[in-house]
Write a protein that binds this ligand. Sequence first.
Ligand SMILES: *Cc1c(COP(=O)(O)O)cnc(C)c1O
Ligand SMILES: [Zn+2]
Length: 430
Amino acid sequence: MIKNSFHSQDNKEIIPYQLYCPACDCSLEDHYTIKCPIHLHLVQSKYFTPHFLNRKWSGIWKYTHWLPIKKPGFGDSGPVTYQSEQLARELNLKRLYVSFNGYWPEQQAFVKSCTFKEYEALVTFQRLEDHNLKGIYLASAGNTARAFAQVAQGVNKRSILFVPETSLSNLWTIDQNNSNIVLVTLNSQSDYTDAIQLASHFSDIEGYVPEGGARNVARRDGMSTVMYDHVARFDRLPDHYFQGIGSGTGAIAAWEGAKRFITLGNYGNTLPQLHLGQNHPYDPIVHAWQQKIRNFDLEMLVENPREKIHSISATMLSNRTPPYSIPGGLFDALVETQGEMYSASNNEVNTAVKLFMETEEIDIVPEAGVALASLIQAIETHKIHNEDTILLNITGGGFTRLQEDYSIHPISPTFHYKNLEDIKEIKNLF
Ligand SMILES: *Cc1c(COP(=O)(O)O)cnc(C)c1O
Ligand SMILES: [Zn+2]
């Protein structure tokens, strides 16, 4: 018997899943569980139906049967996968598929926070709902916070966000009312990792849980929908998957998503090869993978990481503590898929963003430019063949397009964090 199955009231369907720790080969009950009590290995989710697709729901909810939730949640945003013509012709590729994650209503793409982080937020909030939790707290350099802010208004749950002051320009929603959002800023010398450290002080607040980062199965499987959508549309796995990465959580999710299809048996035995890019000069994962060892020591991989983080244009790719070494994490994903890492300069990123705009006629974020710049490098260095099936993850785009249809409302900071003495006061804001 599967413990987590139940009848949802809204949909009268049983949607079973199970959390699973590969290290002890055991199942775990889901109480918004983000860790095995014994092992470091990333907890994974298992699904019990081959029917991953249900077209009666929209956006990512089409894949509810392969998400760690009990019923579909709020909204209609999800990946849109299509075969590229113009860009493919420009690059001389026969089978280039774009996963567009952003706002592009002409292509049925309705991600109003304009990045795939919204899927993490949507699935995570539904998971909170399933477990009767009030809200979530998390640290972010911008896009994750924006996605959780945008969705918090829709689902009526609270988001407590810890964000470096320098990322404030990334924080907006299309709603005027931001009553479910508490925004705590950190000073301009701090970065994303400092924000993570601050967030770690709030684990004792009733009804609130830490978002969990890469450990949160809702976050990872929410991003697996990029792979699900490719298979739903083209009935096969791609040979290659391209993405710009900071933590690599999206790439882990693509790998895990692909493995679910291989387990089914009708999709062959070959995993898509991961081709992941970072923005030079902040490219620690590129250097870590060159050494082909699990160890990840940031100071050994890049000199003056904080300085370098401030000089990249794809600012979302600036994680200092990626889930690289952790069992079931990025190192394992790269090993299993015989992955490749690329480093793209700001110039290359710029060129890629422009090329996409000229060929596909929609604006994309620099992080997606890193993915395209990596694809261009892979072509030039013959890492792929022009007949191969390629899935290019455009992780964010359509911000310019969005502003034709909506007005953007900046989120005002609730509290500015100065030192540890402020923590008590911040707790009162939950
Ligand atoms: C967060 C983010 C990424 C990187 O995703 P990870 O897989 O978590 O490293 C890429 N593009 C955009 C637009 C993002 O917001
Ligand atoms: Zn375990």
